[in-house]
Design a protein around this ligand. Structure first.
Ligand code: MN
Ligand code: MN
Length: 378
């Protein structure tokens, strides 16, 4: 075969391949993923509180996983309510750690760690918990009113309705094996629930917790609780503030960081991005406008209010504006135990005037007026 013929053949093959691609579209997942990055920005708002996913006598649960909210691949969320005395039964999660923020009411949690230390702790509004992947736990509403809490999982594919519950496991196991493991008579085992209990009504437990049946102390060397509401603001300006909790303040919280943010009416959280994490948001009160910037000339704006969930991909530029008359309050979750942020002010002010003057096309006199230090609220 001559050089010329070979070149022609390769050329023809190249054209044919391009022709097929143009007609049939990408044929590999990799190619589809590449092209997806150039499509318009994905929807980044989900109305969690408008859903009715699970409702029972003891409470309710609504979820936002990648099924309902596809952009949120790294984080899933659940809004859970328990009636006074109601219980979320003993269970664990195989593929996700559980973080939660108590919005309203009082909840008692029991949780077992792999070192066999168990813990029993009460949570009120503003308190958070973190149960690492696989730590078995149960929740009960201490009353007197309803309890409402936001649960966040460090995996967008995790569904609240796929937890590993004690009753489900026992019901699916042969009675002989259950008798052998629990040491109870067969007639008692026969009376155990036949299917998953999940959330069930119950009596309000005593104010002073009962001791564990093993007689062990009900404290843990590695507490699962942190009082975020009582923390000192990380940044504060007028009536706006941010309270931040990373693994530094709350050592067991090893896969997530969290913030409670309040922005006063007319205020704005300055333009910034997070180099190391996605940001998942749950709006507690007020009215927000959020604009995200994702490169490739793509920008998208949404408005959020109570009960809405937002999601900003790692590295995407964004700002949050209070466009209402009330303080804006929201929870922000980051899928990293370390918090990182770069703001437009800290970025620009870390450059000499010459480059900024050339880049932005404005005089050095104007460049001199740029803010010199980060202002979290503008
Ligand atoms: Mn759980
Ligand atoms: Mn942010």
């Amino acid at each position: 075969m001559s050089q010329t013929t070979r070149r022609d053949l390769f050329g023809a093959a190249g054209v044919a391949a391009a022709g097929i691609a143009a007609v049939a579209g990408p044929t590999t997942i990799e190619a589809q993923e590449k092209i997806k990055k150039f499509l318009p920005l994905e929807n980044f708002k989900y109305d969690l509180e408008a859903q009715t996913h699970w409702t029972g006598e003891g409470g309710s649960a609504k979820e936002a996983t990648i099924v309902q909210f596809p952009v949120s691949e790294s984080i899933a969320g659940v809004s859970m309510r328990l009636k006074p005395g109601a219980m979320r039964e003993l269970h664990w999660h195989a593929i996700a750690a559980e973080w939660a923020y108590v919005i309203e009411g009082n909840v008692r949690a029991t949780v077992i760690s792999p070192n066999t230390e168990a813990e029993q702790t009460d949570f009120g509004p503003g308190d958070i918990w973190y149960f690492p992947k696989g730590h078995g736990h149960a929740l009960q509403n201490l009353g007197p009113g309803d309890a409402h809490f936001l649960i966040v999982f460090d995996n967008g594919a995790f569904s609240e309705f796929g937890t590993l519950s004690v009753t489900d496991w026992l019901a699916l196991t042969s009675p002989e094996v259950v008798v052998r493991n629990l040491g109870l008579p067969a007639d008692v085992v026969a009376k155990l629930p036949r299917k998953e209990v999940y959330i069930t009504p119950g009596k309000i437990p005593p104010a002073v917790p009962e001791a564990f049946i093993n007689g062990n102390p009900s404290e843990n060397q590695h507490p699962h609780k942190y009082r975020l509401g009582k923390a000192t603001p990380h940044v504060e300006s007028g009536k706006s503030w941010i309270k931040l909790v990373t693994q530094k303040e709350f050592p067991i919280q090893s896969t997530l960081s969290a913030a409670v943010e309040v922005i006063e009416p007319g205020g704005m959280r300055e333009m910034h991005w997070h180099p190391n994490a996605d940001e998942w948001q749950y709006y507690l009160s007020g009215k927000a406008r959020v604009r995200i910037f994702g490169g490739h000339q793509r920008i998208l704006t949404e408005e959020f209010s109570k009960g809405h969930v937002g999601f900003i991909r790692q590295g995407f530029g964004h700002y949050v504006e209070n466009i209402g008359t009330e303080p804006l309050k929201f929870i922000a979750m980051f899928n990293s135990p370390f918090f990182e942020e770069i703001s437009i002010t800290s970025w620009l002010s870390g450059n000499p005037p010459g480059i900024l003057s050339d880049n932005l096309g404005i005089s050095k006199e104007m460049i001199a007026k740029l803010p010199k230090s980060p202002r979290p609220f503008v």
